[in-house]
Design a protein. Structure first.
Length: 564
């Protein structure tokens, strides 16, 4: 067996809804073929409870529903499938795709440095880079970003120690033995040697990506003139491509947008393999509660309000509810209660104070917020520029659309005993792994016995935490692997990073643990300087907590319909 390739696949839990299957610890064609083969075999069998598969360089993440299949049953079924994988599926060749690239100059600002680093001319670097075929080993980081390998040793170049804050969409880069293409504008540390006019990600198409796992890519040098001819104006302003609502009603006009207000529902599922995050409400319980209080479906879209709320003028008579962090809501300057059905007359102004306890509040509208669904969800993914209102946070003069739903004759309110309290102290229960074996016993003890403070670097993508350093056994990075919300990564500095709803779908830091699903929702209310403590539970205990969580939501639904 080749170095880094396991004789038997490793099966490891990834929190309470994931199974990670590793075939090796190396970037290898043989390993990647096994990943693809198992993924295709599982799809072919259609296991009840399996909801999504995320293939990477060397592993396969299986996201499952624990109410339909247990972790142990899932492992048993997939091990049985693995034994019968067909050899021919491992040798299947993907599509061959030509990617035109203009190298150097403003399009490839690092080409000169790459050439100098290796003692080559720029022309030689271009010839070497475009002179071989590359395999799409995985898609992730941002929506549609292909990880391609392998770069010739003559031009393999390290990443920048300090990443750029902005890399343009279409940029072609090198990072060690990898090359890749930035599918949308994003921060990045890869050496940019050129740019393609092709669009790698389009959320309005199926599938939404140009390049998929197993495809073979060949770069073709083109001139700047050819680039400009090929480049599509729509690539520069993606928001203009989204369809406008043809039905529904205008409910609110935005007078002030607040600090960061977006449209969110329960999230976007089934697209992790294309680098598309789940997104959705950071505090799913509060969003569901807001919907139930106005008799909406639990997964209808709401407004997620962060820290400082918006000011909205009603364009029609409607009903709303506000849940989550204490946001001091007012109608026409008069304080109104949270967590109950509120009447809003046409012309009235709904406003908010600063969110005092917690971090986020949720505003539901009777019938739900109406924006065009993108990839099965109305959730806003700002980094990708889609979902919600043109893929961005609210701005002044935006119109909030809704559905023409009859108003309730009886109002609802949330029972006080079911109201969550946000004190700034959070308890997060975790399942250790999948890379807990990369940390010393002392490191794991530190993680489970210390208090960690949320830093200023905390948003919908994730939270960086400050506290005692967690000790690695040796190396502090891994070959880029799949991520789910709740994963706790530990980079080289030994300080945790908690992955949240809008995070990249792949990462190169080892994951010491994964926070259980109900607690990920609660942590959506954490803000800078709040304290988080971690404690270990088993998979079985986690599944019991999930069952309790859904029973709690059912109780809430039943109690609301009896309240007036």
């Amino acid at each position: 067996m080749n170095a880094g390739i396991y004789t038997a696949a490793r099966y490891m839990p990834f929190g309470d809804n994931g199974l990670l299957i590793e075939f090796g610890d190396v970037i290898s064609l043989e390993v990647n073929r096994r990943v693809i083969a198992l993924s295709e075999a599982i799809i072919g069998v259609k296991i009840q409870g399996v909801e999504e598969l995320v293939p990477t360089y060397r592993s396969l993440l299986v996201r499952y529903n624990a109410s339909k299949i247990s972790y142990e049953q899932l492992v048993f079924r997939i091990k049985d499938i693995e034994k019968t994988m067909e050899e021919r599926s491992m040798k299947k060749v993907g599509r061959k795709i030509i990617i035109p690239v203009v190298y150097g100059g403003e399009y490839g600002p690092d080409l000169t440095d790459v050439a100098r680093f290796h003692g080559l001319t720029e022309e030689q670097v271009v010839k070497i880079h475009s002179g071989r075929e590359y395999r799409v080993y995985m898609v992730g980081f941002v929506a549609g970003f292909p990880y391609l390998g392998e770069v010739a040793d003559e031009i393999a170049t390290p990443r920048f120690e300090t990443p750029r804050l902005k890399v343009l969409a279409g940029s072609v880069g090198i990072a060690e033995k990898q090359t890749g293409i930035y599918s949308c504008e994003a921060p990045g540390g890869w050496r940019i040697i050129g740019r393609t006019p092709l669009r790698l990600f389009n959320p309005l198409q199926q599938p939404p990506v140009l390049l998929q796992l197993g495809d073979i890519v060949k770069f073709k040098p083109i001139s700047e003139k050819e680039f400009r001819i090929t480049e599509k104006p729509s690539q520069k302003q993606p928001a203009d491509r989204f369809p406008k609502n043809k039905k529904g009603i205008k409910v609110f006009q935005v007078l002030k947008p607040g600090f960061f207000t977006t449209v969110q529902d329960l999230g976007r599922y089934g697209y992790l393999r294309y680098g598309v995050p789940i997104s959705g409400a950071m505090d799913t319980f509060s969003l569901v509660a807001a919907n139930l209080i106005v008799a909406n479906n639990p997964d209808d879209a709401c407004l997620e309000i962060t820290l400082i709320g918006p000011e909205l003028q009603a364009l029609t008579k409607t009903q709303i509810a506000i849940t989550g962090g204490a946001a001091s809501p007012k109608i026409n300057g008069q304080h109104v209660p949270m967590r109950q059905t509120l009447e809003v007359q046409e012309g009235a102004v709904v406003s908010f104070g600063k969110v005092e306890s917690g971090c986020r509040a949720y505003l539901s509208i009777r019938g739900g917020v109406d924006t065009p669904p993108v990839l099965g969800s109305r959730s806003t993914y700002v980094r990708g520029g889609f979902g919600g209102i043109n893929g961005r946070q609210l701005k002044t003069e935006d119109i909030i659309g809704g559905f023409d739903a009859s108003l309730l004759k009886v109002g609802y309110s949330m029972p006080e005993e079911l109201v969550p309290q946000f004190t700034g102290q959070f308890k997060a229960r975790v399942i250790l792994g999948p890379q807990a074996d990369m940390f010393t016993e002392r490191g794991i003890t530190t993680f489970l016995s210390s208090q960690y403070k949320v830093t200023l670097e905390a948003d919908r993508m994730g939270y960086r935490l400050e506290g005692p350093i967690i000790e690695h056994k040796a190396k502090a990075d891994i070959i880029s692997d799949a991520l789910l919300p709740g994963a706790v990564q530990i980079p080289k500095n030994g300080k945790p990073i908690m992955i949240m709803r809008d995070a990249q779908t792949a990462g190169g830091y080892p994951k010491i643990a994964v926070i259980i699903t109900p607690d990920v929702s609660t942590l959506g209310q954490a803000k800078t300087n709040d304290i988080i403590e971690f404690s270990k539970i088993t998979i079985q205990q986690a599944h019991e907590k999930i069952s309790e969580y859904y029973k709690f939501l059912n109780i809430l639904s039943e109690m609301l319909t009896k309240k007036s």
